[in-house]
Design a protein around this ligand. Structure first.
Ligand code: DGT
Ligand code: CA
Ligand code: CA
Ligand code: ZN
Length: 575
């Protein structure tokens, strides 16, 4: 994680503590440490490596440990914990220019403001100007600030969107007048980030349903409310568009509101070329319209096989559907195991045994444990002795869990700045597989970073490349690297590349995934799980794979245990 982002997190932690009324001395320690970080004389990674960071004024022992952990793992449990217990709406208020923690605390106490929606309605009704220390000028500034935040940074992660939409869709489906309901938009297409939620239903009486939906407890504010559609703002500032249609219109509306816009335009063009017109309500000819109960029927009416939502990006899917060459997309149930998971041996939260049992409960036949390598000391990276101890534990577990379940011995081995690996070859030889990842020197110039990663994927002991760009969605861009050159090198070496399924990463992304498959690079879908629940993130990896046109056969961990074992052995024989 880059220094600026770490400083930001520490600042945010200090602020959240302040909002929560924590001891000011403790809050200040976070802000001071953040300040000191921004003034470091050298690269953070270097200063951690040679121990100088511990000497920096303003960074005490506790802060030191937190910084090092963030720098290398990108995670900090106490940060996550604090975010969990602070109302998310309150944190969002910090994005409003001019609103500091003290002001937020006052607004919370005096006007019970806990979200952007609360803030907006208070400002619009003039109540903020009346609070001591605020006034009309501040109130006007706050309104401008809200507009700014909404214009720029409103997107959310797919995982967040799913959590929000699920109870809403459930409520819609429960309404007695609702016949069918689905969420659509970018979420149904499984886009990496989501602008707003779109929920569609069919009913004999849409206005009656809409009137009830705007009263759902999740709704913080109603932005627009008509007979067949409404726009609402949910408690944490996310917008949700609700639409109702007659059941005969459902397939057309579902298709239209799923998008993408580019796909819709291509579809409409295709309809026109056949003398038909397509919109969100119907597919019609000169004087009659073609009834379609499902999207499949709609596609068929236009001479196309069914196009799954993940492919609807006007990226060749219409042509492929016309020629019946669409891929048979991979599904979650195709996965038989996974590779990149952490345990308490490094920075994970669960034991290997807990992880293995959870993997088995989720229908998997094998689990790879790939804890951090020795350079990642702050993330509990394993010394060579500890690696051997871990192997002994895995052997014992395999005796207990086998033969129907198997734990593979792996490592997430750091790629050092020059592209060499963090363990000696004779140790690497004894792992079942090696995931190689970049966790340091993120700021290398593009050419040096490309050479570093090309060297790593070409290393005969590397089985797969971990989180290839290091990006964190909505937080930090990936490092600067020529990913196509890395894919090319992986293709030459027969090295796999992972889709890191953590919803904050989704790295490899779908377009590169598709290119990697075209170059016959094997793909592995890995949750990078640091807890039992983390295994469920595999679902997000599947969404990337599907958007990347992958079939089960393109993904390594769809192989059953015996075949996977053989594959890894073959791979090791290349050395
Ligand atoms: P988002 O919300 O930014 O993550 O992306 P979407 O794709 O969910 O976009 P949204 O919510 O604005 O609209 C939902 C779908 O409605 C969109 O995917 C396609 C359709 N749609 C919206 N506006 C237009 C338009 O102007 N033309 C066409 N053909 N379709 C549109
Ligand atoms: Ca949307
Ligand atoms: Ca929308
Ligand atoms: Zn990693």
């Amino acid at each position: 994680m880059e220094t600026g982002r770490i400083a930001q997190i520490l600042d945010e932690m200090g602020t959240m503590l302040e909002i929560n009324g924590e001891n000011p001395f403790r809050c200040r320690a976070y802000h001071t440490a953040a300040q000191s970080l921004m003034n470091l004389p050298d690269e953070l990674s270097e200063m951690i490596a040679d121990g100088r960071l511990a000497e920096v004024a303003g960074i005490g022992e506790t802060m030191y440990a937190k910084i090092v952990q963030l720098a290398t793992t990108g995670h900090l449990p106490s940060y996550d914990e604090l975010r969990r217990k602070t109302p998310p709406g309150l944190v969002a208020l910090l994005r409003i220019p001019g609103l500091g923690p003290k002001k937020i605390k006052t607004l919370r106490e005096d006007l019970r403001i806990e979200s952007l929606a609360d803030l907006r309605s208070a400002a619009e009704s003039g109540r903020i100007a009346g609070v001591k220390g605020f006034g009309e000028k501040t109130e006007k500034k706050i309104l401008e600030g809200i507009a700014f935040v909404e214009k720029s940074g409103g997107r959310i992660l797919q995982s967040h969107a799913l959590r929000l939409v699920t109870p809403i869709l459930e409520a819609v489906r429960k309404h007695p007048a609702v016949l069918r309901a689905e969420y659509c938009g970018s979420l149904r297409r499984r886009a990496e980030t989501i602008g707003d939620l779109d929920v569609l239903f069919s009913s004999k009486n849409p206005p009656e349903v809409i009137d009830r939906l705007v009263e759902l407890p999740q709704v913080a504010a109603v932005l627009a409310h008509g007979p067949t559609k409404a726009s609402v703002r949910l408690a944490d500032g996310v917008q949700c568009d609700l639409r109702g249609v007659e059941d005969e219109q459902f397939a057309f509306a579902l298709h239209y509101f799923t998008g993408s816009k580019a796909h819709n335009i291509a579809m409409r063009k295709r309809a026109l070329a056949r003398g038909l017109s397509l919109n969100e309500y119907a597919l019609s000819g000169e004087n009659s319209s073609i009834a379609c109960r499902t999207e499949a029927e709609l596609f068929r009416a236009l001479g196309l096989s069914y196009i799954p939502p993940e492919l609807r990006e006007d990226a060749g899917e219409l042509e492929a559907a016309e020629q019946e060459r669409l891929p048979s997309l991979i599904e979650r149930t195709d996965l038989r195991g996974t590779f990149h998971c952490h345990s308490v041996w490094s920075d994970g939260g669960a034991t290997i045994s807990e992880m293995a049992e959870a993997a088995r409960d989720r229908g998997l036949e094998y689990l790879g444990i790939a804890d951090h390598s020795r350079s990642a000391a702050y993330a509990g990276g394993l010394s060579i002795d500890r690696v051997r101890d871990q192997w002994a534990e895995i052997d014992a577990l395999n005796r207990r869990l086998g033969p129907r379940f198997h734990i593979f011995k792996g490592t997430e081995c750091d790629i050092l700045p020059d592209g060499a690996l963090d363990y000696p070859d004779d140790l690497l030889d004894q792992f079942d597989y090696v995931v190689a990842s970049v966790h340091s020197s993120f700021g290398l110039p593009r050419e040096a970073m490309t050479a570093r990663m090309v060297r790593a994927v070409s290393h005969p002991r590397v089985t797969m490349l971990g989180h290839p760009t290091g990006r964190l969605l909505l937080t930090r861009d990936g490092y600067s690297v020529d990913l196509d050159a890395v894919i090319e090198a992986a293709a030459r070496a027969g090295t796999a590349i992972e889709i890191n399924a953590n919803p904050h990463r989704l790295d490899l992304d779908a377009p590169h995934c598709r290119r990697a498959r075209d170059r016959k690079v094997p793909i592995a879908i890995n949750p990078d799980a640091h807890s039992v629940e983390g295994l469920d993130d595999l679902e997000f990896g599947i969404s990337v794979a599907r958007r990347g046109w992958l079939e089960a056969g393109d993904v390594w961990n769809t192989l059953p245990l015996e075949d996977m074992d053989r594959k890894l052995k073959e791979h090791r024989r290349r050395r």
